[in-house]
Design a protein. Structure first.
Length: 146
């Protein structure tokens, strides 16, 4: 009986670890897809990744209250990069919420403040599973002072 209980415990732990690994892989894939879509100003793809209520506390000291506001900034070229690299350092998985934190380096496009200069930032992305899809629901990014 103890062997069966021990085996069931190990099996349960293994399944939980594999499920977390699967979630981390999916969020990493979405993190990459999001920053690639930003580089291309692909608002169709961003609309798929960002929740309609997506809220951003941006490095320009402004809060964008929903996806439409942020998409407008991308379409207008206000958010525009020639380079965007992200390093996911940690993820916390809690049910249908994932918090991703790390660093990123962006190079603003010509005509933008700091164009051509590498800007280092810290970020936090908050993902939520909605109708079997992970959506980015909130983000905070701030520039690292030199």
């Amino acid at each position: 009986m103890k062997k069966i209980f021990g085996t069931l415990c190990l099996l349960t732990i293994s399944i939980a670890v594999m499920a977390q690994s699967s979630v981390k892989k999916e969020i990493n894939r979405l993190e990459m897809a999001e920053h690639e879509a930003l580089l291309r100003a692909d608002t169709v793809r961003l609309k798929q990744i960002w929740d309609k209520d997506f809220m951003v506390n941006a490095p320009i000291n402004k809060v964008s209250k929903n996806r439409a506001e942020v998409l407008k900034l991308v379409k207008s070229g206000f958010i525009s990069y020639t380079s965007f690299k992200r390093d996911v350092e940690q993820m916390l998985i809690s049910g249908d919420i994932v918090i991703s934190m790390g660093s990123e380096t962006v190079v603003p496009s010509k005509g933008r403040p700091n164009a051509g200069k590498a800007i280092k930032r810290r970020y936090t992305n908050i993902w939520q599973k909605k109708k079997s899809e992970w959506k980015l629901i909130a983000r905070h990014a701030n520039v690292i002072c030199e």
